[in-house]
Design a protein around this ligand. Structure first.
Ligand SMILES: C[S@@+](CC[C@H](N)C(=O)[O-])C[C@H]1O[C@@H](n2cnc3c(N)ncnc32)[C@H](O)[C@@H]1O
Length: 357
């Protein structure tokens, strides 16, 4: 196995350990020491960002489709009850049996839509609304299935309070699902905010629009399977959040068009009577340097035309060095016309919990 591939496997193993997936940490450590060479064969010459996650996601998909029963017995997401830390021999067998399919799956960049990232995004949004007092026009690049374009409809909790739709003064049960006819949100993010509590202000979203190179329809079974396959199988709370967010998406319309980020933001302009918020989370490393620079230029151009009645905000949840995949990300906010630039908080890349500064 090439040393570079081995380093990627071990680096991703460390990230999985830090982000609460002992199962993937163990599988990747075993893959890095694969004596039979099947991992090297499957991964081939690939070097693009996220290819290790592509291998894991493709195998998970095979499991969720019921095509790998021995491995499924170790996958909690497939109802498996055997120890996830003992999955390696069965995982290796799936690589051998489905080598061509897994190799082909690497060409597809991993596509998550992590509902936990609503915690950093909504905290930042409340900061913007507290400062402007205006309704929000929300534009997201790399929106995937657009689940977080509905983030204002999720319930996000802090030990001293929280945010979100609720019919009662008390938060709904953690991990509980509110009935569909209740104003409570089916998505509840417990212990999502720590440190300072974000401003408590009414939030009205008047437009929800995003783009993605490969937009997913959250109502489609195929798209749901794709998103579920990129969740780490021993993280069942993430699966629950995803399923609950599909329910919210069915009730709250949002548009995600097929377009690259820079193309989508080309011609961006402020809108009178609303604050235009451009946000993105965990997508910057997938853009080329040129496209990332163009995105900033489009937002800055719109910022130059912003007024007190038509402000612009640029809210991101990405690594400090935005071009890298890292297990800790920061919530950064730039606003116009005031020209302010701030880091508001930080947390693990899946978004929970966020510590506000
Ligand atoms: C890791 S996912 C994160 C999705 C979502 N932002 C979230 O936080 O859950 C990255 C997403 O960015 C999209 N993407 C990658 N490069 C892109 C680009 N240049 N323009 C638009 N979308 C892009 C991918 O298709 C994918 O849906």
């Amino acid at each position: 196995m090439r040393e570079q591939v081995r380093e990627q496997l071990l680096g991703q193993a460390r990230a999985c350990a830090e982000l609460g997936s002992p199962m993937y940490a163990e599988l990747l450590a075993r893959a890095a020491d694969d004596p039979g060479g099947i991992v090297a064969e499957v991964l081939g010459e690939r070097t693009e960002i996220g290819f290790v996650l592509g291998m894991l996601g493709t195998v998970h998909r095979i499991v969720l489709e019921g095509r790998a029963s021995d491995l499924a017995a170790h996958y909690p997401t497939a109802g498996g009850t055997k120890d996830p830390l003992d999955a390696w021999p069965a995982f290796r067998d799936v690589l051998v049996e489905h080598a061509a399919e897994v190799s082909a799956g690497l060409a597809d960049p991993p596509q998550t839509n992590e509902v936990g990232r609503a915690a950093p995004l909504v905290g930042g949004l409340l900061t913007v609304v507290a400062a402007t007092g205006l309704p929000v026009r929300l534009l997201e690049i790399g929106a995937s299935a657009g689940l977080n374009l509905r983030a204002d409809r999720f319930r996000i909790l802090h030990e001293r309070g929280g945010y979100g739709p609720s019919s009662s003064p008390h938060p709904p049960p953690v991990n509980g699902r509110a009935p569909l006819d209740s104003p409570d949100s089916p998505v509840v993010l417990p212990d999502a905010w720590r440190g300072a509590l974000p401003p408590s202000v009414p939030l009205t979203v008047v437009e929800r629009r995003g783009c993605d190179l490969a937009p997913l329809d959250p109502a489609s079974p195929e798209a749901r399977l794709r998103l579920l396959s990129y969740v780490w199988p021993d993280q069942t709370a993430r699966v629950e959040r995803l399923r609950a967010a599909f329910e919210v998406a069915a009730r709250v319309p949002a548009t995600v068009v097929r377009a690259g980020a820079a193309e989508f933001l080309d011609g961006l302009a402020p809108a009178p009577g609303a604050v235009t918020v451009v946000w993105h989370s965990s997508m910057q490393p997938y853009m080329s340097e040129d496209e990332a620079a163009l995105v900033v230029r489009h937002v800055e151009n719109a910022g130059a035309a912003a007024t007190g009645d038509s402000p612009i905000a640029y809210l991101t949840f990405e690594a400090r060095d935005g071009s890298r995949l890292e297990s800790v990300q920061v919530v950064a906010l730039r606003t116009w016309p005031d020209g302010n630039r701030r880091v508001l908080g930080e947390g693990p890349s899946h978004g929970l919990p966020i510590t506000w500064f």
